[in-house]
Design a protein around this ligand. Structure first.
Ligand code: MSP
Length: 516
């Protein structure tokens, strides 16, 4: 069985999750769900990134301990994933003792191998992004320095351990240039090379801090806390059991050649995942991930979400108003990977009405209605296509199946959803062109039976391919159509006889149109 390992970025639990976090988690989970649909052995992990200065300072401002802060907020992330219907195999918290021990041992190992040395860091620091800057890499406004996300930088001069990444400058350029599929979308690779790697720009990375406490202490010197990004990146392998007593998942999902390993991240953390992480893995003599998918941001009509602008969108409000399926569908379809996307309630409602109420829901409703009207609620036995329209649509279904599987293999869920929408439109055309009401009028029972049986199978195909996104709706649909779960298995969809003689139940609207 082919294997697939996919991760979300691990989230800073310094505050509540917003729509951007929800999208990162959902999209990664959908990659997992779609691969499962094709029968892959899938492992899907997510979690919270719980150390660092920002967490320490936020806790202080709330008069609680950092541990209390991360315990509370990590739980809020878990609850949201649950509300969104995200199923994960593992939820890592970087304050877990197993993770901490593995990070300390990895640090020690790299130190002993000569990849880490003690030095002094003089420069600027962004507490929000947990990132070092120099006066050259920072943005200067008046006499103050800011990071590219607009946060004010603080000056720093401290003893620090450094990771010798500079000597990997050429190696990483070659890896990115020769491995075109490593980053998706591909153009982010060029940006990385130009901005951070060309002309030997890469500098050794400061990987410890001595000015705050909240982090994993190095074994060699307890004054030094390990840089939160080194701690965080290692989560992708520690959660599989790297450097633990049971590393069977690590061997199965990371070391083995037949497991495709994918990280889904937001575009602003591409550098960490596509430069530092591959170099760390190379130092550790471990395989690299196969692909990093780096998505754009969700912005609002008033710009990027920020607390000060008061435009942060809370995912729970949308789910409470429209349900989790509509929320999942909207994010999956309308939020772009390549570009930034604007969220607006109007756009949400338009997608809901067009795709879910008018197409998906209405098709199921119409189909059950026709079975009731023309055949006593019973799906006729399949006897093959009769009319030209029947032949055409059966061929279309066949083409749909192979194209859809290809898109899932390529992890292209965006195009897959467009393909499903196009298929739904073709089903609507099939109904209009077949004119079943004429078959009835002209006593063409065989044609009518063939039409109804094919139609149910087309609907069945749509339901099967939207199942990973639409959780409650799928349950309602299969209850109304009286389908057994196994007839939604992808490999069975070409067998139209699977729905022979099923008696369907009463049709009830699955998605009720929202008035705008
Ligand atoms: N803790 C680091 C990741 C470490 S992974 C080893 C981090 N955390 S985060 O909480 O700030 O962000 C988590 C994810 O949410 C990132 O992928 C980020 O891109 C995503 N989003 C945060 N705001 C976003 C939007 N407005 N839109 C879309 N996603 C964005 O970075």
């Amino acid at each position: 069985m082919k294997k697939f390992y996919v991760t979300t970025p691990i989230f800073y639990p310094s505050g509540k999750p917003h729509l951007g976090h929800a999208f990162s988690a959902l999209y990664a989970s959908l990659l997992a769900e779609y691969k499962r649909l094709l029968g892959y052995d899938v492992y899907f992990a997510t979690g919270t990134d719980e150390h660092g200065q920002k967490i320490e300072e936020t806790a202080k401002s709330k008069n609680i301990t950092p541990q209390e802060l991360v315990d509370n907020n990590s739980d809020v992330f878990k609850k949201l994933w649950n509300k969104m219907g995200i199923r994960y195999d593992y939820f890592i918290r970087t304050t877990n003792s197993c993770h901490k021990k593995a990070v300390q041992e990895t640090f020690d190992f790299l130190l002993k191998k000569g990849f880490i040395y003690l030095g002094n860091w003089r420069g600027l620091y962004c507490i929000s992004c947990e990132e070092n800057y120099t006066e050259n890499s920072a943005i200067k406004k008046d006499s103050e320095f800011f990071c590219e996300h607009g946060h004010k930088l603080v000056s720093k001069n401290e003893e620090s351990y450094f990771l010798k990444i500079k000597s990997f400058n050429e190696w990483i350029i070659n890896m990115l240039s020769n491995n075109k599929d490593f980053i998706y979308p591909h153009n982010r690779s060029k940006e990385l090379i130009n901005n951070f790697l060309s002309d030997g720009k890469l500098e050794d990375l400061s990987i410890t801090r001595t000015t705050f406490e909240w982090g994993i202490k190095t074994l060699v010197n307890s004054k030094h806390v390990i840089y939160v990004w080194l701690d965080a990146l290692l989560n992708y392998i520690t959660l599989l059991g790297y450097k633990s007593d049971d590393d069977s998942n690590f061997k199965k999902y990371w070391i083995s050649d037949d497991c495709e390993k994918v990280h889904l991240i937001g575009k602003e953390i591409t550098r960490f995942h596509c430069i530092y992480w591959p170099i760390i893995l190379k130092m550790l003599d471990l395989p690299l991930p196969n692909k990093i998918i780096s998505h754009g941001w969700i912005i609002t009509n008033t710009g990027k979400m920020s607390k000060s602008l008061g435009n942060v969108i809370d995912p729970t409000d949308i789910i409470d108003n429209y349900g989790k399926d509509a929320f999942r569908y909207f994010l999956a379809k309308e939020i772009s990977i390549k570009d930034d996307s604007v969220y607006s309630d109007d756009k949400f409602i338009t997608t809901f009405n067009t795709d879910l109420a008018n197409n998906y829901g209405n098709l199921i409703n119409r189909t059950i209605g026709m079975l009731k009207k023309y055949n006593n609620n019973i799906v006729p036995k399949y006897n093959g296509p009769i009319t030209y329209n029947d032949f055409l649509i059966v061929k279309t279904q066949n083409e749909f199946l192979s194209k859809a599987k290809e898109l899932i293999d390529d992890l292209n869920i965006k195009d897959l959803i467009d393909l499903i929408c196009d298929f739904e439109n073709k089903i609507n055309n099939y109904i209009e062109q077949s004119k079943p009401w004429d078959f009835l009028k002209n006593n063409m029972k065989q044609n009518l039976d063939s039409f109804l049986s094919i139609l149910v199978n087309l609907i069945r195909t749509t339901i099967a391919f939207l199942k990973p996104i639409l959780i409650d709706a799928t349950e309602l649909a299969i209850q109304q159509l009286n389908f057994d779960k196994e007839i939604l298995l992808i490999d069975s969809l070409k067998d139209f006889s699977k729905v022979d003689n099923i008696t369907v139940n009463e049709a009830k609207p699955i998605f009720v149109r929202i008035s705008q």
